[in-house]
Structures are given as C-alpha cells and as structure tokens.
Ligand binder design. Structure first.
Ligand code: PEP
Ligand code: MG
Length: 552
C-alpha cells in the first residue's frame, strides 16, 4: 500500500445504482506476467534456488488458503481450480525447469518467467483445449510466485480484512465470481458500460459502481476515495471539506432511503396493480442459488431470469447433470410454488469459459454464442435440459432459450427437449411433461418473426441489453456508446410493443428481463403495452413494485 498522499482529483464516470460510499481503493491487477527483466549479470545459482524454494512454500500456503475460501464462498466445483494451481506448483517438470534456469545464472524472477513461458507454450502447443486452459492457470500461479518473491502481496484479496472500493480496468464475469463480496464497498472500472455483466452483478449485489472512468494511476492503490454513483463521480484523495460534505449527503440519503424503504415494504406482499387495474408480476433476475432468499425477502413474485451460465463460470470443467439438477431443484424447492424461468446456457460474447475451447472470433457478440452453441453441441444442451426437466418434479420451472433469430432454432430445441423427455421416461425419472417453454426476444430478427415465434411458445421475455446492442448497432461493452443507447430507447420500446401484441394474440405472456425493466421512467410505457412481468435485479424489486402501483 502506498503511504504518500496522492493529489486530490475528481473523475467522472457512469454510475450504477444511486448510493455513495467512501473507502480505500484497491486495484485489481490481472494474472499477467510482468515483462522479464533479463540482464547479462550472472547470479549465484544456489542462492537464487533457495529464494525460489521459500517463495514456492509461501505460494503453496497462499493457494491452500484461496482453496479454503473458495470452498466456503463458491462451492467445491469452483474451488477445484485452486487444487489444480497447487498441483501445477508442485509439477516435477516445472520445478526442474526452474532449477535449470537458476543453474544457468538467472535470478529467481527470471527463472520463473523463463520456466513458465516454456511450460505454458508446451501446454498450449499440445492442441488440447483442457491443457491450453491449464497454460492460463500456469501464468496465474507464476504471478503469485513472483509476488511471493517480491514480498509485495498488496493485491492479494485474501489478505484483506477491511472492505475496499475495487478498481479494475474491467472485470470478466468469472473474475467477479471469485471476489470476496463482503469486502467490496463499490466497483470502479476504467472501461465497461452500465449494461456490462460487471455492472449487472454490481446491481444484483446492491453495491454502487462507477464504470467508464478512464485509467487511474496505480499510485492511488490504497488511497482514500469517495464513490458517488448518484452523481457519477469518484473523488481521489479527498480534502477534509469534500469528505465532510460527502458524509452529510450520505446521512441525508440514509434518512430518505429509510423512509422510502418503509413505504415500499408496506407494499411488499401485495400484488403490483396499476390504478387502471393491470397486474404486473415483479420477478427477480438472479445468477445463483444464494440470491433466491434475497429475492423472496424483497417480495419477488417469481424468478424471471436465472442466468444459468453462471453455474458454468467459476469452475474449470463442465458441470455434470447431477450438479445442475441439484442447483435447479434447490431453487425450485426454495421458490415454494412461485415460477422460476431458467434461461438455457448463454455463453460466448463477453462470457468466455476456457474449457469450452471456443474459437477466437473477430466479433464475438455477433458470433458463436448461446443457442447457437447449444444446437451445435447437443450433448451439452441435453445435459442441461435433462437437469431442468428432472428439477421440474420439485417445483415450478420454465425453460427459456436465449438469442433466438429463427423459428427453426425453436423447433430444433423442442425436438431435443422431446428426446430428453423420452430418455427420462425410459429411465423412469420424474418430470413435468409439459413445462412452460419460452424464448428471449433480444434480436431484431426475433421481433420481425414474432408472429411465427409466438405460435410456437408459451411466453416471450425481452432481453433489452442485447436487443438494444443489435438494434442500434452499438456494442453494449463500449463506454463511448452509452449515451447513444440512453438516448435511443424509443426503437426498443416499439419493438417490445410489437412482440407484446403478437404473443398476447396467441394467448401467451410477455416479460422484460433486460436492464430497461428497472428504468422507472419507462414503467408507465410498459403498463400501457400490457406487459405481464418485469424482471429486475433484487435491489430494484421494491422500487419497481412501488412504481407500478403509481401507474395509470
Ligand atoms: C439481455 O440481453 O437483456 C439479457 C437479459 O441477457 P444478458 O444480459 O444476460 O445478455
Ligand atoms: Mg442477452
């Protein structure tokens, strides 16, 4: 941590949420290797090898602690990655390579660099997806080894005891899964947009975030800061006056929030009905089993979007049918008869998983993702569908397909679902033979084809995040386009109205599960379109319920 005071500065970004928090900044650096600092100086091999041995012991302890923490916070499957890290650290070939490097006169740091490079190139070159993914793990292990060598462990979250404001250039969903959430006061990312998955996660966790602030000098690592999501600012090394004004604002916010919360809680278990008599179901978007309780205690009428891909992230191999079945049935039981919509795997684009071995793409958002992967890899799709079907015996689950562009994709999926049902019948496994079946409307093609699609399914759920990016041709990850998106919701609203008319004509229902569902200035428009359900992150449930009751 830096002790000298850094200059006071105010940065602007896009706020996620409306809260204000103050705390110490903590920079999150990726597991990249530093540039080798090769010199021509020859080092004492025995001395460098002894330094390495001490660092190897320290790193092994650290990895063990990470394993324990992951085990209690994200479960056994996800924690396995640290077991693998431990094994890589003890690999005989790797240790031999390290020793050889020191014998040749390299310092310990360069030995790690050289051995890791050789080792990971060898793993990547074997043409095996699983082993290529291990090359990335090897680099992560090497980064930890370098930190043990340098004695600079300030970026290790496991050492942290006091909550902090996390600063990163951007975070991938799998990195976010691994963070110790109770320690994070807020997120600040250099890049990202309010629709990126990091922002979605921040919303789901109810913690304020500021995205798209631009690069911050790492010298601020450890410095105090004020994060104001309401005003979209980050004050670095604040003055006493700034801190005291900020504290006053926080107190005022707390008073208003308490009052508002009391009012909203009084509505919690009442149906959300507009003054004109239109009932809207207020559902929650969740990404894991743990969020179910929070959804219910905030009055959720159901789960409108279970982002099931999060069960595939944060682990290093495909989850088995049993693992998926246990998670889905656990949710179904906890929901006590309320509906849960499970969206089938939506992987690809910004959600990358090394063990899927997906090809690198020029335009991943327009590439091989979601239903396209599932239809090309039926075994993968069937594992998930069989798990969902089996879990329907334990509660009210609906199946929803992401990224649909054609009727053919829906029919193919139904055929595969039917095959799963036949298999389960032969195996005498229990399931609901007529599970509710729907699709996401998140491509312009699905809106144009909504009549035909409506005749095939029970419901639509509009994914406004993707529908917006594909309609406005505006990458949802690109901060430079955030304003363009904010200013152009009208085409999206008209598309939603078109889809609503179609599905209602066929007797189905329609929900909205993208981030626009929580935009209170649009609730009246959604009520006018007779939208049946709004699905939002847990912290927004009560606010949206309150807003519906104020609509005409
Ligand atoms: C959407 O696209 O609006 C959506 C809900 O799906 P995701 O954000 O997971 O892509
Ligand atoms: Mg989407």
């Amino acid at each position: 941590m830096k002790t000298e005071k850094q200059p006071n500065r105010i940065l602007n970004g896009v706020g996620v949420g409306t809260r204000r928090v103050s705390g110490r900044l903590k920079f999150f650096f990726r597991g990249e290797l530093s540039q080798p600092h090769k010199t021509n100086i020859s080092h004492d091999g025995a001395q460098e090898w002894s330094r390495l041995q001490t660092a190897l012991r320290k790193t092994a302890e650290k990895i063990k602690a990470l394993y324990e923490r992951a085990l209690s916070s994200v479960g056994e499957d996800a924690a396995q990655i640290f077991e693998i890290h431990g094994m890589l650290l003890e690999d005989e070939d790797f240790l031999d390579a390290l020793r050889e490097e020191t014998e040749r006169g390299s310092c310990a740091e360069d030995a790690v660099e050289g051995a890791t490079q050789r080792f990971s190139e060898m793993l990547s070159g074997l043409g095996d997806d699983y082993l290529s993914a291990r090359a990335a793990d090897m680099r992560d292990v090497a980064r930890q080894l370098q930190q043990s060598l340098s004695g600079n462990e300030s970026n290790e979250h496991d050492r942290e005891k006091t909550p902090f404001i996390l600063v990163a250039d951007d975070l991938s969903p799998s990195e976010t899964v691994m963070l110790e959430k109770s320690l994070i006061l807020g997120f600040v990312t250099f890049r990202g947009t309010p629709n990126s998955h990091t922002a979605i996660l921040a919303r789901a966790m109810g913690i304020p975030a500021l995205v798209s602030v631009g690069a911050i000098d790492p010298l601020y690592d450890g410095s105090p800061a004020l994060l104001d999501a309401a005003e979209g600012t980050l004050t670095l090394s604040p003055t006493e006056e700034q801190t005291s004004v900020f504290a006053d604002k926080q107190k005022k916010d707390d008073r208003i929030a308490e009052e508002h919360d009391r009012y909203l809680r009084s509505l919690m278990n009442k149906p959300a009905v507009t003054r004109g008599g239109h009932r809207m179901l207020i559902y929650a978007n969740i990404g894991n089993v743990e969020e179910v309780d929070a959804a219910l205690s905030n009055g959720a009428d159901g789960i409108g979007l279970l982002r099931s891909e999060f069960l595939y992230l944060g682990t290093d191999d495909y989850p088995t049918e049993e693992t998926l079945f246990r998670a889905y049935s656990d949710i179904a039981v906890r929901m006590q008869g309320k509906r849960t919509v499970i969206r089938t795997l939506d992987i690809g684009a910004d959600k990358r998983i090394p063990y899927f071995g997906l090809p690198e793409e020029e335009n991943p958002a327009l590439g091989f993702r979601a239903i396209r992967i599932c239809l090309a890899r039926e075994d993968l799709f069937k594992t998930q569908l069989r798990a969902i079907l089996r879990a329907t015996a334990h509660g009210r689950l609906s199946i929803m397909l992401p990224m649909i562009v054609s009727v053919d994709e829906v029919r193919q999926s139904k055929r595969i679902l039917e095959e799963c049902m036949q298999e389960l019948r032969r195996e005498n496994k229990r399931f609901d033979p007529k599970p509710e079946f729907g699709i996401m409307i998140e491509t312009p093609a699905s809106v144009i084809m909504c009549e035909e699609l409506a005749s095939e399914v029970d419901f639509f759920s509009v994914g406004t995040n993707d529908l917006m990016q594909y309609t406005l041709a505006a990458d949802r990850q690109n901060p430079a386009l955030a304003r363009l998106c904010e200013e152009n919701t009208e085409p999206i609203l008209r598309m939603i109205a078109t889809a609503a008319d179609a599905i209602h004509r066929f007797g189905g229902w329609i929900g909205i599960c993208g981030e626009l569902a929580a935009e209170l200035h649009l609730t009246q428009r959604f009520a006018d379109m007779q939208i049946d359900e709004l699905s939002v992150s847990v912290p927004y449930l009560l606010g949206v319920r309150g807003k519906v009751t104020e609509c005409r």
